[in-house]
Design a protein around this ligand. Sequence first.
Ligand code: 5AD
Ligand code: SF4
Length: 351
Amino acid sequence: MPRQAAPMTAPGKITDCLERLKGSGLPQRDDLIALLSCADEKELKPLFLAADARRKAAVGDVVHLRGIVEFSNYCERNCLYCGLRRVNRQLKRYRMSNREILEAAFAVKAAKIPTLVLQSGEDSFYTTEKLCSLIQSIKAETGLVVTLSLGERPRNDYHAFREAGADRYLLKHETASPSLYGRLHPDSRQENRLQCLKWLKELRYETGAGIMVGLPGQDAAVLADDILLISSLKADMAGIGPFLPHPQTPLAACPSGMVLPVLTVLALVRLACPTINLPATTALSVLHPEGRKKALAVGANVVMPDFTPPAYRRLYDLYPGRTAGSEDTELIMETLKKEIICCGRTLQVTT
Ligand code: 5AD
Ligand code: SF4
């Protein structure tokens, strides 16, 4: 799938588009496309400043922390980009026991982080009953806010998890383009994914959508549609990170996403959806050592430190480089706190 060259945007046009985007109301698709087509960091600077100002006005300086626990790397899907895809036989698979999951949840609580994110591949080993009882015991024993990221499930499951105490659900829409979605997901339908997102909203989950930036075949128009979709879904959160090619996938030879377009999308989402929660994604930190800082400067207000036990963490191999760096949670938290305070922001912790 060849990468489409971004059209150049005439200087001066950017300023006009940005002025319109700074107003209230739904952004115009053409304005989004113009900004997403600009590859000049200097020209984009006013966009980044506007997004940072909008973030401060709409959600303040606090950075929300979510402790993530990746409890199973089994996946029944075959998404073309992902290292967990079913046919990747080189990956050693694991499932954490309930006790291990609960211990990890307690580690999140001990770090004074109010929210736990439970993430896995699409793994039907976890029946509705198993998951409900896990959610119930985590809620009862830790009192943490529980976010789920378990992929597509029937509406009844989402309902049962909500009844069991789950508060939030992350399900990235991955791409708004029907054709690109079809090419990347041989065994799932975009229609169903969007249906799931609607169900989650109906069931009053705080709902997260999101995309990878730099996917092969993605252009500025697709990204503009992604931003408009995030807005029309009324997503409470959007995970936006670069595509990073995984060697054991069919997209191994594709170029990885780049920092600037990720920052541009983050900034535009902040302008389009002022109160949305936007994480500085791990994938962006993998792409650039200052990725987190850069994201926090253009609209991001969430960081999700990994609380998966290190032995499992390295097996949650969505994309390469995820687990480089420190394995020590305390050290990670210290570095994170320093970095957040250094950016002039405050940290959300429980007392
Ligand atoms: N690069 C970046 N993000 C990826 N994900 C999966 N594979 C990759 C990759 N190669 C992200 C997807 C998915 C989440 C579980 O991980 O956005 O929603
Ligand atoms: Fe499975 Fe999610 Fe990876 Fe797709 S992106 S293969 S559903 S873990």
